[in-house]
Design a protein around this ligand. Structure first.
Ligand code: AMP
Ligand code: MG
Length: 404
């Protein structure tokens, strides 16, 4: 059985080999937050475009201060956005604001806090070095330089630079359509009044939210009963999308039909079990040219296996590099014992109240227990290598995307 890291790597390799969607769209920058660039962004001019003052103060010649601290004659005022045509000659200076262009002749800006103003003159306190509080023209980027390669996710900093260079509209990959199909005779819609042994379809909601976090567009197909004909028809419907995620019906039960139906439709499978709990029966394959995931239906299993395996596939199909799993180390607040030889993902709460990350496992009733999961902010990742973990040991934690 594959480890979760090998299974995830397998997904990444297989989906990458088939490449991203080719469809792109051109959108104004106020509509591309979180989208994936389908082209490079290039500097339209030098950045900064002029020698930029980074402090409010006085622009002057640093060599002047080496011999005398003043008085220096103030030749004028330079506001951000203003053009100053004069030159700073020996013994003179200009008052300058943050973001303004440093005038000819000056090679340093002294912070106003380090000066003393006396009428139309200024005395300098503290040391002055050439280039101080100035970012020279072109130091951040040269005209024509590539700032973001295609495939970049447009987060806030990326958006800022794209806007700064006037690159609008931007060509971005179309969001992958991810069909979501739940299965189970007991599953009813969230708006329904369930019978005594029925449950509402929570997976369709949690998955849609996870799809959005991965950069996809959810296409909810609803629920199929555990009957081959209906299931087959709905899976065929789902295969019209770019990626298909089916939940439930992949375990060993008599009515776990998903893998068989996919096989009948020509699927090729890369794994159908992973050494994790929850989530062991997770299935990954390709069917009719589309990546397909069969995730176990217990809600926490669905969430964990989506994050580990389906999310990177959606990211690659959408033109991005898959984000690494953001595991970090935290100190165990209380001992943990694990029985089975599987990597466990346990609902956990991480806090930093002591100044370092401390993680506690939340007592739960297993992978159907979303009551507890909703109180967690992370999963404690307990590898199969060791069965007993003492309080104070450093362990791996996987934050819940979108919560932590
Ligand atoms: P399965 O993977 O089909 O064996 O289902 C495992 C457990 O998850 C059962 O208790 C199901 O009732 C539950 N389950 C399956 N699908 C859903 C769903 N869409 N929403 C909530 N719970 C589900
Ligand atoms: Mg089922």
């Amino acid at each position: 059985m594959l480890s979760y890291t090998d299974a995830r790597q397998k997904v990444i390799e297989v989906v990458r080999a088939r490449g991203p969607l080719t469809a792109v769209e051109s959108l104004p920058l106020d509509r591309v937050a979180g989208r994936i660039l389908a082209e490079a962004v290039v500097a339209d001019r030098d950045y900064p475009p002029f020698d930029r003052a980074t402090r409010d103060g006085f622009a002057l010649r640093s060599s002047d201060v080496a011999t005398s601290r003043g008085p220096m004659e103030v030749r004028g005022e330079i506001r951000a956005g203003a053009v100053f045509t004069g030159e700073i000659t020996p013994g003179t200076c200009a008052q300058i604001m943050t973001g303004a262009a440093v005038p000819r002749g000056a090679d340093a800006v002294v912070m106003i806090e380090h000066t003393r103003i006396a009428g139309r003159s200024v005395f300098v306190e503290g040391s002055v070095t050439a280039g101080q509080n100035i970012v020279p023209k072109g130091r951040e980027a040269k005209a024509g330089q590539q700032l973001l390669p295609g495939g970049t996710r447009l987060g806030y900093a990326e958006l800022a630079i794209t806007g700064q260079v006037g690159h609008t509209p931007a060509r971005v990959f179309r969001c992958p359509q991810v069909a979501l199909l739940s299965t189970g005779d007991e599953v009813v819609g969230i708006g329904a009044k369930p019978g005594p042994v029925e449950i509402r379809n929570s997976n369709c909601l949690s998955l849609a939210a996870q799809v959005a976090l991965a950069g996809g567009e959810a296409v909810p197909l609803g629920n199929s009963p555990d009957r081959v004909l209906e299931l087959r028809a709905m899976i065929e419907q789902g295969l019209k999308s770019d990626v298909l995620v089916v939940t439930g019906g992949v375990s060993m039960g008599k009515y776990d039909l998903v893998e068989g139906v996919l096989r009948d439709l020509g699927a090729e499978f890369f794994f159908d079990a992973v050494a994790i709990r929850p989530g062991r029966p997770a299935v990954f394959g390709y069917c009719q040219g589309k990546p397909v995931f069969g995730l176990p239906g217990n809600p926490v299993s669905t969430m964990v296996t989506f994050e580990l395996f389906a999310a990177p596939a959606i990211e690659i199909v959408g033109g991005a590099t898959p984000r690494p799993l953001p595991l970090f180390k935290a100190k165990l607040g209380a001992p943990v014992q694990q029985k089975a030889e599987l990597t466990h993902f346990l609902p956990a709460a991480v806090s930093w109240t002591t100044g370092e990350a401390v993680v506690s496992v939340l007592p739960w009733q297993g992978s159907g227990d979303i009551v507890v999961l909703a109180q967690s902010n992370a999963f404690l990742v307990v590898p199969a290598t060791k069965l007993e973990w003492a309080a104070g040991e450093w362990v791996d934690v996987m934050p819940r995307r979108g919560v932590l």
